[in-house]
Design a protein around this ligand. Sequence first.
Ligand SMILES: Cc1cc2nc3c(=O)[nH]c(=O)nc-3n(C[C@H](O)[C@H](O)[C@H](O)COP(=O)(O)OP(=O)(O)OC[C@H]3O[C@@H](n4cnc5c(N)ncnc54)[C@H](O)[C@@H]3O)c2cc1C
Length: 317
Amino acid sequence: MTIQTSDRETAARLARRPWLTTPIRPELEVSFEFFPPGSSAANNQLDSCIAELAPLEPSFVSVTYGAGGTTQERTVTTIESLAASTDLEVAGHLTCVGSTAEEVDTVVDSYVAAGVRRIVALRGDAPPGEGDGTVDGGYHTAADLVTGLRRRPDGDQFDISVAAYPEIHPKAASATADLENLERKFEAGADRAITQFFFDTDVFVRWFETVRMAGISAPIVAGIMPVTNFTKLVGFAERCGTDIPSWMYDLFGGLDDSPEIRRMVAATVAAEQCRLLVEHGVRHFHFYTMNQPELSVAVCRMLGIKAAEAGAESLAG
Ligand SMILES: Cc1cc2nc3c(=O)[nH]c(=O)nc-3n(C[C@H](O)[C@H](O)[C@H](O)COP(=O)(O)OP(=O)(O)OC[C@H]3O[C@@H](n4cnc5c(N)ncnc54)[C@H](O)[C@@H]3O)c2cc1C
């Protein structure tokens, strides 16, 4: 049988296409985000989360920081404990609203004292009714904060990530203003940007092209939110300016009381999203774990990232 050119092209195209059952590229990087636990039960949950995720050898793990006074002590304690008890690269989130530059510096000093020099530098949001949250003698934007961090005597030793918004920050004046703000953060010395979570991959891809066309060549890390609780996610996404496409309502609607099925759907959706993003040049995924490891582990496995199996070498040998 003679194979026509168009058949060959189709076969070649299909061969290139990463099927869901084929784990992809080991050179992908992943990182995991946690929130600081507020009870001893939540502490235990974080410990088991770390135990599941650490073997996947993330580039770093990060701990969120509640702007405006919430969780800040817990963030520092969690960071100290992770740095002391694991070999993981730990990143501390840091916000600047509601604080003076000196207060921010004190938090940075405590990160440094714990051996942590990775920082996710953020503006943060003021609590409702407190204006824009800026205070005299404080940093007004994340770009200002990055400048302040780099100006410290140890400023060149920090690895600084900043936030980016594929769907545009809800308070940004325009898409252009938001992009210019991202440029300012890199000009101030940020090393990479981690995006807000998103589900419309086409929107991300268009935004990513705009970022590159603007001359930003620094790593852009895609923030991935595997769906743990759809109802809560809808409210959270609205506050963050993240669109929930209608196909997600179709997929997750009616699964509130079917956690197993919901988890299977959630893992498939997030893995497929990552695969599409890999096709568009994304190489680093930051998982918003909500301190629940299973979905991140499952998605990583489908990406070809899994813990080295004990005894695998001797079996192979
Ligand atoms: C990866 C990631 C991690 C995060 N971690 C945390 C965390 O640990 N703790 C936490 O509290 N929050 C966290 N956030 C949320 C973040 O603090 C908010 O999105 C905040 O509104 C903007 O922070 P930023 O660093 O992007 O600010 P900036 O870069 O300074 O601003 C981002 C955009 O928002 C606009 N903007 C922001 N605030 C205003 C305002 N008041 N008025 C007008 N325009 C405004 C800016 O003009 C700009 O376009 C995180 C977000 C991301 C994406």
